[in-house]
Design a binder for this molecule. Structure first.
Ligand SMILES: [Fe+2]
Ligand SMILES: [Fe+2]
Length: 312
């Protein structure tokens, strides 16, 4: 199977169309953030997704995974617009899997209104409902007889504007442990998706204000995975982190942002029963393309040193 992992499109809905009554608290600060210049990095996100659809079709991608942060402020109007913009990439819907980023559930009322679920729930189906703790999480998708994709939710509202940290609820981690112990996963590649990065490119944890608070517990649960990967976004740089020094057999892949001006990137996985190869996608001259493949790309678990990583 050929799998495209992208993240953090941050579609920029024109601020003029956002109802003023929705501007309050942290959202107002987020809006100011956008007005202050952050938004301009994502000005062309909608056109770039069209370019990514062309890449997907040209390269016969079988499955697309997106690890969240579709919006800036998590407003209902933004989520509705983002769902429309992502729809061409999410065809057929059963071959698109996603979960929310922190920007998609910026404030508690989005959670309570189930707005993300309303627009993106169709891409968060589970094949094993018996393992969910709330009817949604963790979700498990099985493909052929050799691949499983599991999603856990690490995004949460952050009422304090200077914080953007994440957390995987302990019940989900416990359920993830039970899923990974299911003998039906024994011979499958396992991809675990979440929005927050458990580790940075150099293997260190992210800061308490920006990172995954229970990253150590999450990695502990993932230690039983023999082959596969942890996939996340949130940090707007593509990088690959070797976790073997922490006793894990799998690497972590951050898909950065698929649309951020000057940093556009994604990962392309080719997985069959016996092997997994990974290549990095970039954007230039108006199109997405794969980086030139170095010799190590042909190895089963190639190492990537394509980028010098710094945290956004
Ligand atoms: Fe983001
Ligand atoms: Fe994020």
């Amino acid at each position: 199977m050929r799998i495209l992992h992208c993240s953090d499109p941050h579609f920029d809905l024109s601020l003029r169309t956002i109802p003023l009554r929705k501007w309050f608290g942290k959202r107002a600060i987020g809006a100011l953030n956008l007005l202050g210049g952050r938004g301009r990095y994502f000005d062309d996100a909608d056109e770039k997704i069209e370019d990514l659809v062309r890449f997907k079709e040209a390269h016969q991608v079988d499955l697309v995974l997106c690890t969240g942060d579709y919006t800036a402020l998590g407003l209902q109007a933004e989520l509705e617009s983002a769902a429309e913009l992502i729809a061409p990439l999410a065809q057929p819907p059963e071959r698109f899997i996603t979960l929310p980023g922190n920007h998609d559930i910026y404030a508690k009322d989005v959670i309570h209104s189930d707005a993300f679920w309303q627009y993106f729930g169709r891409y968060m189906h589970t094949d094993w409902p018996q393992y969910t703790v709330d009817g949604i999480w963790p979700f498990v998708r099985l493909f052929d007889d050799y691949l499983a994709v599991i999603g856990v939710n690490s995004a949460k509202p952050n009422p304090l504007p200077w914080r953007s940290d994440g957390h995987i609820p302990p019940e989900q981690l416990e359920a993830l442990g039970r899923i990974l112990a299911d003998p039906r996963l024994k011979n499958r590649w396992v991809l675990v998706l979440t929005h927050y990065a458990a580790r940075l490119a150099d293997g260190s944890p992210d800061t308490p204000r920006h990172g995954l608070r229970n990253a150590d517990e999450f990695l502990e649960v993932c230690r039983v995975i023999r082959r596969g990967a942890i996939l996340n976004g949130h940090i707007h740089r593509c990088y690959r982190t070797d976790l073997s020094s922490e006793g894990l057999s799998i690497d972590l892949f951050c898909a950065g942002s698929v649309s951020m001006e000057g940093r556009e990137c994604f990962w392309l996985f080719d997985i069959d029963r016996d092997s997994m190869t990974v290549r990095r996608g970039v954007y230039d001259w108006g199109e997405y393309r794969l980086l030139e493949c170095r010799p190590e790309c042909q190895e089963e678990r190639p190492r990537s040193d394509y980028d010098t990583i710094s945290q956004l």
